[in-house]
Write a new protein. Structure first.
Length: 302
């Protein structure tokens, strides 16, 4: 009986060490992405600039986050006018996944390595005005610590181009995960597996992470990267992306606190507002130039 009890204790201890804390969540699903964004910005649909008391500010509408407004940014040597004009995104219906992100990239035809960043025109918001997480599973993974794997459903067209996913952490560091090559036809699930991840506690490099007023560890979607090797065919390239899923360990298993730090101090909220003000100044200038050019083009057509 004693030997049996010891065996049970050893088994429980082993299960604890091997760990079952890995969870899987959707990082972003383009079939539901736009509707979730629309719920955050009910009005106005279009962005506009206000100038109250001589202080210009940008009011962002949900259409800025629509798939039609996602941008394709080519690397500098590939970014001539023609390539920029013919590189863009749109929402595309799929029988298998519903709405997907359709991407067209016009790469240069000369034999140089080139790449394209595919991303929303604005960074996906991590916090609301009260400093609470928003966009969970719509671009944001709150309370995400160690990544075990990342999977993306993508539709290939037999081009030997590479695909990567970039995520941003709470320190604004960019992490790139290479998913694989698009040398296939039709839908395929590409998966990155973290070679440095282990579920065995005794093999981990354990350390404490600073908490408030630092952010709780999270990851937010930054961009897709499409790599075209110089020896591969240039010109037009199209692909479709349905969704991204992530396996990771949460930082907090039980995150209930006796004191709600952010409600008391508002440090994260103030930090996010400063960042938004900085971004707003840049975007106001870009939007002003865009509107002026649009009016100029409309005037030429009359």
């Amino acid at each position: 009986m004693k030997r049996k009890s010891i065996f049970i204790l050893v088994l429980i201890f082993t299960l604890h060490l091997t760990g079952f804390s890995v969870i899987q969540r959707t990082l972003i699903d383009f079939n539901t992405y736009e509707e979730k964004m629309k719920q955050q910005f009910p009005e106005p649909p279009e962005s506009y600039i206000t100038n109250i008391d001589g202080k210009p500010s940008l009011v962002v509408g949900y259409k800025e986050y629509s798939l039609e407004n996602w941008t394709v940014e080519l690397n500098e040597s590939a970014s001539d006018v023609k390539n920029r004009v013919y590189s863009y995104c749109k929402a595309v219906k799929s029988q298998k996944f519903g709405t997907t992100l359709g991407v067209r990239v016009h790469f240069p035809k000369w034999n140089n390595n080139s790449y394209a960043l595919v991303k929303p025109v604005f960074d996906i918001k991590v916090y609301d005005t009260n400093g609470q997480f928003i966009n969970a599973e719509n671009g944001v993974l709150p309370n995400a610590y160690e990544i075990k794997s990342i999977s993306v459903w993508v539709n290939g067209r037999n081009y030997n181009f590479g695909l990567a996913v970039r995520l941003r952490d709470r320190y604004e560091n960019i992490h790139e995960f290479f998913m694989g090559w698009l040398y296939f036809d039709g839908w395929r699930k590409l998966t990155f597996v973290n070679p440095n991840f282990t579920e065995k506690v005794q093999a981990k490099n354990l350390k404490r992470e600073p908490l408030y007023p630092y952010d709780i560890p999270y990851y937010v979607f930054d961009s897709f990267v499409i790599y075209r090797p110089g020896f591969e065919l240039g010109g037009d390239f199209v692909t479709y992306i349905a969704k991204v899923e992530v396996e990771y360990t949460p930082y907090f298993v039980d995150s209930e606190e006796d004191i709600k730090d952010e409600e008391v101090w508002n440090i994260i909220t103030a930090r996010m507002k400063r960042k938004e003000e900085f971004e707003s100044k840049r975007l106001i200038e870009n939007m002003y130039l865009y509107q002026q050019e649009k009016y100029r083009m409309q005037g030429e057509k009359k």
